[in-house]
Design a protein around this ligand. Structure first.
Ligand SMILES: [Zn+2]
Length: 149
């Protein structure tokens, strides 16, 4: 899916919460990415590409399954997996169970901070620095003039 490309279409904490919900394994081939991989190598796959970035429409997929699926609809993709001998009924049941689960955003934020240590820190400097006033600008200009005089 074209809108799957890149990382920035979803917040990192939500991405990580989705990986966590799916136990850090690919829903399609069940290959496991241990938690210390921080989810690198995993992607998010839209079950139905006409639906949006809602968690009920997103599943964890390894890079190879995501690129193998390419533009296939989910039904075409299930048909392909069935040809490979997969039990589609069980797969659909598992995905239905996973996508109904509420996201654990505490886990998502913690996992995001493993990937970006400052992820959950608010940018304090921006709120602490006083706004420059007209008077302080004049003072600064006077200081510069005094120094250069
Ligand atoms: Zn896979």
């Amino acid at each position: 899916m074209p809108h799957n490309k890149g990382m920035d279409w979803i917040r990192l904490d939500k991405r990580m919460a989705l990986y966590f919900r799916d136990s850090f394994d690919c829903v399609w081939c069940r290959c496991v990415f241990p938690i210390d991989t921080k989810g690198y190598g995993l992607t998010l796959d839209h079950l139905d590409s006409s639906k949006g970035h809602v968690s009920s429409n997103l599943v964890t997929s390894c890079g190879s399954c995501n690129s193998a699926r390419k533009e296939l609809s989910v039904d075409e993709w299930y048909a392909r997996l069935k040809e490979d001998g997969r039990n589609i009924r069980r797969l659909k049941e598992r995905i239905a169970r996973l996508t109904r689960k509420p996201l654990n955003m505490h886990a998502g934020k913690w996992l995001a901070s493993l990937r970006r240590p400052n992820y959950n820190r608010r940018p304090k400097l921006l709120t602490v620095l006083p706004r420059p006033t007209f008077d302080s600008a004049i003072e600064t200009a006077d200081t510069v003039v005094a120094r250069t005089a």
